[in-house]
Design a protein around this ligand. Structure first.
Ligand code: GTP
Ligand code: MG
Length: 204
């Protein structure tokens, strides 16, 4: 017979990185282009089916605005899992994510499963199935110094990406986190976050 385990999960990260949008995608398979900022926190639930069991996620979607920072411990206390979100088009949001990870590793349940999610990947790989960057175009080919996020001599944005995948993934590995690049807009990588976390939650 199938057992349903409750798993308390918290989402943390800078304002507007897409925490609520990731939850909305996971829970309702929807996307809202002009989602309003979360006030305080929102609570949602969703089942997650693995081969051998079903988990029921109890999700606390926290508010990223700085004025709500002090509320966070109420939501990560006793959490078995955390998703720390940054925006791949905003380098400072990865720095904020790192401070959340440090806070969780210091203050939360020592067995907490933490996933790092680089969201808004659709802005970096438009109309591409692959997570790898598109080949450089001819006009950019001889600009050896071009890096993601910079503009070319013509003033065209080369890429909106400000956080290289390798850099974030190396950090995640070093800090012992699961790592994903996601798009709440297209759904890429979203279910995977919750499925991979579920696999790490011990059967009691
Ligand atoms: P707070 O509640 O203030 O902490 O923000 P949040 O992290 O919950 O962000 P939210 O989900 O409200 O998204 C902020 C904005 O980014 C909204 O306009 C979303 O539509 C947009 N957004 C979220 N995820 C994505 C994504 O994957 N791709 C794109 N292009 N836009 C996204
Ligand atoms: Mg929100």
């Amino acid at each position: 017979t199938e057992r349903s385990v409750q798993v308390k999960l918290v989402l943390l990260g800078e304002a507007a990185v897409g925490k609520s949008s990731i939850v909305l995608r996971f829970v309702s398979n929807e996307f809202q282009p002009n989602k309003e900022p979360t006030i305080g926190a929102a609570f949602l639930t969703q089942k997650c089916r693995l081969e051998d069991r079903v988990l029921r996620y109890e999700i606390w979607d926290t508010a990223g605005q700085e004025r709500f920072h002090s509320l966070a411990p109420m939501y990560y206390r006793n959490a078995q899992a955390a998703v720390v979100v940054y925006d791949v088009t905003k380098a400072s949001s990865l720095e904020k994510a790192k401070t959340w990870v440090k806070e969780l590793q210091r203050q939360a349940n020592p067995n907490i499963v933490i996933a790092l999610a680089g969201n808004k990947i659709d802005l970096v790989t438009p109309s591409s199935d692959s997570a790898s960057p598109a080949p450089e175009s001819e006009d950019e080919a001889d600009d050896a110094t071009a890096t993601p996020g910079e503009t070319t001599a013509s003033g065209e944005p080369e890429s909106l990406r400000q956080v290289p995948r390798d850099e974030a993934e190396a950090y995640a590995q070093e800090a012992g986190l699961l790592f994903f690049e996601t798009s709440a807009k297209t759904g890429e990588g979203v279910v995977e976050i919750f499925t991979e976390i579920a696999k790490k939650i011990p059967i009691d």
